[in-house]
Design a protein around this ligand. Structure first.
Ligand code: VY7
Length: 167
């Protein structure tokens, strides 16, 4: 089963502050949507809470939310008790053979639990430093960059680059 992780980070590895993304990058939101559309998305409960309610569930995708709370329910989402269980749910027989069975979309705790299951990473680096409280996982030496779209300028004025890692 192929699992992808997708995140955006500052040069320092910050992905979040106070349960939000501390920058605005419309091009990255478009990249996120285009990459994940049609695939199951796995996220932690705090990430679910961080989405503006009008965007929940993320449209055109199965939304699987990881929480230890067995009572948790939300309209449009499936609950899983662990990342491993979420990936089992995502990998229904017909999805097992797909190029990517699921995209893990955050946040920090979930990325760390999922990295060992992943074969693909989509990492947006934002040329910016920000204070934060949540960090991206660090791809180890088993990973290599297999695609790099180079530095681009956002309408927001920030520079960013989108890289794909595989192993
Ligand atoms: C998360 C949102 C957050 C706040 C407001 C709107 C990469 C990103 C994420 C997660 C960017 C978000 C949104 C954007 C996506 C829309 C719905 C509205 C959609 C990630 N590289 N970038 N992220 N939405 N995991 N990885 O902006 O979402 O997809 O339909």
């Amino acid at each position: 089963m192929n699992v992808g992780l997708i995140w955006a980070q500052t040069l320092d590895g910050v992905i979040g502050a106070d349960n939000a993304i501390p920058w605005r990058l419309p091009e990255d939101m478009a990249h996120f949507k285009a990459t994940t559309l049609g695939y199951p998305v796995v996220m932690g409960r705090k990430t679910w809470d961080s989405l503006p309610p009008r965007f929940r569930p993320l449209s055109g995708r199965r939304n699987i939310v990881v929480t230890r709370d067995p009572q948790w329910v939300a309209s449009g989402a499936e609950r899983a008790g662990s990342v491993a269980q979420a990936l089992e749910l995502a990998a229904e027989p017909w999805e097992r053979a797909a190029p990517i069975a699921a995209w893990v979309i955050g946040g920090g705790e979930i990325y760390r639990a999922a990295l060992g299951h992943a074969t693909t990473l989509s990492v947006t680096e934002v040329d910016w430093t920000a204070d934060g409280d949540t960090y991206a996982p660090v791809p180890g030496p088993t990973w290599s960059v297999t695609e790099d779209k180079g530095w681009q300028s956002s309408v927001s004025g920030l520079r960013y680059r989108i890289r794909r890692y595989t192993r």
